[in-house]
Design a protein around this ligand. Structure first.
Ligand code: KIV
Ligand code: ZN
Length: 522
């Protein structure tokens, strides 16, 4: 195998900002993308796929600025197999200290049928586009999309063409999450053994989770000789998502006895990055998610608790500190001062200026007055609610709801729309329905409510409720989240948060977001 990475080093390629952001409803703002890229660079990710520069002006600007600010990580942009995409991608990534162009084309029979290219025509296209990319940049990644459903002989042929044309990394995507671990390992092993020139380049694995096997497939590919894993934080991504960064990194760390490969990721930063991605993407982490789920280190049953008290290793294969999780999350109360709050926020990965801290402190005090014990999760929820308000078109000013037995609920809402104050009163079937109707009185919209979900952030009747709302409008999906000790207030904020995200999305479409199809004709 190659010494580009070293035998026992696996490169971590994070595509949260490209493949992850592609998942319906996970739109991130420009500032949020910059922040996530900085966190990824900081935690030691080797390559950051920062976006798809041809997709829109916004995507281009984000990739360019991430490239300009990058420190150690290679900054990569995605491009379809045509010169226009590749040139645009290069324009954005070339500002990085270490740029990479990632170009791809769908090689399976189903995907070849879309641009209606014969095998020979597609082979020619691959040669031309990879050569074009390589003339611009000496770090070029090429992917045969849907590789795992591509005929073996054809896959070998096109991988060889891409290597000859100058690709330095060949990524083998399991685009629809179809492969199984034994196959995944075998595919990489055979490509390395049979394709001329394979020993000169790095093979990467890119797995989707449709059958829940993405992480297992990625690790199997490494056993087969892959030395780059493509993944996203929290496994964010289209459909069932991608290989989760935290899972592969921790699996390699905890089971280094049988998987003797290392990564450059500082695992103690995992929890913070996971929380930030959950917040900015609007995709909460499921409670029982491996490594970063709320219950991943929780022990409920008597036997488990007893074992844990005697020796934590009885029921834990890694320590909470290994992923940056404080062993206890009880932190602040109403007597805590500004310095304690600042220290806690820093611990949780938030960097605030003095003015922001002042504002958060006021909201923290309000919360601490209502709630005896303020946990990490409460602080994160508080920050999320504050961030939402900062740049939003719609901002809730006040809400009063009357509800109970014997009649419809009534909501009185004051909200600013682009800074202008508006008020409405509405009745509904329960307090949440009345509140949502009041929002629609002020901001009429056709968005369809696809999901409404309530979770308690911590325990007790004074716990904050986190509400998630998912809206759909003309094919655009946006999720919103908020938390408050009052479930109706949290619901109103989550609904308005999702509407604000739809507004951002409309704005992006307005600025000439291209219909990104994987049809490759250029
Ligand atoms: O899943 C996939 O095939 C992709 C490619 C663009 C690499 O994301
Ligand atoms: Zn993908």
């Amino acid at each position: 195998m190659t010494d580009i990475t070293g035998q026992d080093r696996v490169l971590i390629f994070d595509t949260t900002l490209r493949d992850g952001e592609q998942s319906p409803g996970a739109t991130m703002s420009h500032a949020e993308k910059l922040e996530i890229a900085e966190l990824l660079d900081d935690m030691g990710v080797d390559i950051i796929e920062a976006g798809f520069p041809i997709a829109s002006e916004g995507d281009f600007r984000a990739v360019k600025e991430i490239a300009e600010r990058s420190r150690d990580a290679v900054i990569c942009g995605l491009a379809r197999a045509n010169p226009t995409d590749i040139d645009r991608c290069w324009e954005a990534v070339r500002h990085a200290a270490r740029p990479r162009i990632h170009t791809f084309i769908g090689t399976s029979p189903l995907h070849r049928a879309i641009p209606n290219l014969t095998q020979d025509e597609m082979a020619e296209r691959i040669h031309e586009t990879v050569s074009h990319a390589r003339n611009l940049c000496d770090n070029v990644q090429w992917s045969p999309m849907d590789a795992t459903r591509t005929e073996w002989e054809y896959l070998k042929r096109v991988v060889e063409i891409a290597i000859k044309a100058g690709a330095t990394t060949i990524n083998i995507p399991d685009t629809v999450g179809y492969t199984a671990p034994v196959e995944s390992a075998d595919l990489i092993r055979r490509l390395i053994a049979e394709v001329p020139g394979a020993e000169e380049i790095v093979f990467a694995t890119h797995c989707h989770n449709d059958l829940g096997m993405a992480t297992a497939n990625a690790l199997a590919a490494v056993a087969g000789g892959a030395r780059q894993i493509e993944c996203t934080i929290n496994g964010l991504g289209e459909r069932a998502g991608n290989t989760a960064l935290e899972e592969v990194v921790m699996a390699l760390k905890v089971r280094n006895d049988i998987m003797p490969w290392t990564t450059g990721v500082d695992t103690t930063k995992i929890m913070n990055v996971s929380r930030r991605v959950a917040t900015v993407s609007g995709f909460p982490v499921q409670f029982n998610k491996a490594i970063v789920g709320k219950n991943a280190f929780a022990h409920e049953s008597g036997i488990h608790q007893d074992g844990m008290l005697k020796n934590a290793e009885t029921f834990e294969i890694m320590r909470p500190e290994d992923i940056g999780l404080a062993s206890t999350s009880l932190v602040l109360g109403k007597h805590s001062g500004r310095a304690a709050l600042r220290a806690k926020l820093q611990d949780l990965g938030y960097k605030l200026g003095e003015n922001q801290l002042k504002d958060v402190f006021v909201r923290f005090k309000e919360l601490a007055d209502r709630k005896k014990e303020v946990y990490d999760e409460d602080i994160i929820a508080l920050m999320r609610a504050g961030e939402d308000a900062a740049n939003d078109h719609l901002v809730i000013q006040s809400l009063r709801v009357v509800c109970g037995t014997g009649g419809p609920a009534e909501a009185e809402l004051a909200m600013t729309v682009g800074g202008a104050e508006k008020q409405a009163t509405a009745r509904g079937d329960g307090p949440v329905d009345a509140t949502f109707r009041a929002v629609r009185e002020i901001w009429p919209n056709e968005a369809h409510l696809e999901l409404y979900q309530v979770h308690a952030v911590t325990e007790g009747t004074d716990a904050q409720a986190t509400v998630s709302v998912r809206l759909e409008e003309e094919g655009n999906i946006a999720t919103g989240q908020s938390a408050d000790t009052d479930t109706v207030v949290a619901s109103a904020r989550a609904y308005v948060n999702a509407l604000n995200r739809l507004i951002v999305r409309r704005g992006r479409l307005g600025e000439d977001q291209k219909e990104i199809s994987y049809k490759d004709a250029g």
